[in-house]
Design a protein around this ligand. Sequence first.
Ligand code: PGA
Length: 227
Amino acid sequence: MNMPICIGNWKSNKTVEESKSWINEFSTLLPRILPGNLPTIILCPPFTALMSVKEMIEEKSLPIVLAAQDISPFIGGAFTGEVSADMVKEFASFVLVGHAERRKYFKETEEELFFETLQAHKSDLSTVFCVPDADTVVSDLADIIAYEPVSAIGSGEAQSREKVTEICQKIHGKTGKPVLYGGSVSEETIQGFVRAPGISGVLIGKASLDPKQFFRLIELAADFSKS
Ligand code: PGA
């Protein structure tokens, strides 16, 4: 059976020191789950912490895959402040594209998201393409889709399992790609989501900031893997 995918997105949080403590604490908890039951864990630290987190993951041989939270739509060169796909590739194997906060606060357009996905693809980075509904255009080059209804993100209240299942199945039907749900995923809701047909995993924001809380969610998702 396919293991659920659990993505932790730290957003604009954590210095390098805070990131290192997070990894230290999380790594002491991980052995409580049998390797065969582990969900696929993808972690999205801020750019500034990617290198240190990568080193720690390698040192400790942790089953964690790294992702960047954003990527430049440009190939590289004279684009002050941008981090290009080749630079991301040195530290991560995934990248989030079109997260709701990038669309809202940084006015990222469909065209930019198309080029971000293209650059990622050219550099062999896998993309998690985030959409707020089933109608938003998804690049054919995206690897995983994350359905994240804007009203549920950071609200403390996830969308209902029925509604999420309906939309994720619709997106999966259109794209044929694995579809994750994101938006206030909690201990109470995670199992309902990872068990639902058509939902391949979850994207966790706030609840990934505390290593114990994130581990608890991973444990609940792992529990499902055994059944
Ligand atoms: P949240 O964030 O879990 O804090 O709602 C989810 C997300 O933005 O991906």
